[in-house]
Design a protein around this ligand. Sequence first.
Ligand code: ZN
Length: 129
Amino acid sequence: MQEIKIKTNERNEFVDISAQIRAVIRDSNTNSGFCTVYCPHTTAAITINENADPDVTADMLRKLSEMVPAHENYRHSEGNSDAHIKSTLVGNSVQIIIQNGTLMLGTWQGIYFCEFDGPRTRKVWVSIT
Ligand code: ZN
C-alpha cells in the first residue's frame, strides 16, 4: 500500500489526483490487476468524473452544497456535519482496472479527491492487487 499526501486550499474542493495514482501504478510495475483508491477521512471523499471541463466539478460542488447546507439544525458539535454528510454521499473509495500497466479510465475521466472541510493536509491510500 502507498500513501499519497494532498494539500487542499478551499473548504470545498475537487483535486484531480489521477497523475499521482498513475505514478504509483508505474512504480509498482503492475501489468494487470486492480487499483483501490481509499480516503481515510470522514469529511472528504473519492470519486471519478469528468476532468475535461472544470465547470463539471464546479457544478457538482455547488449542487452538493445546495443539497447539504453548511448551517442547519445539525446536532454534531464540531460544526462540520455538512462535510460528514457529503463524504458519505460521494463515498470513500473507487476501484479501477489496470491493464497493460495502464489505469483503465475513460477518455474524459479523472480521479478526484473531494475535500469538504478544508483547507487541510490529507492522505489517500492506494492499494494494488
Ligand atoms: Zn465532525
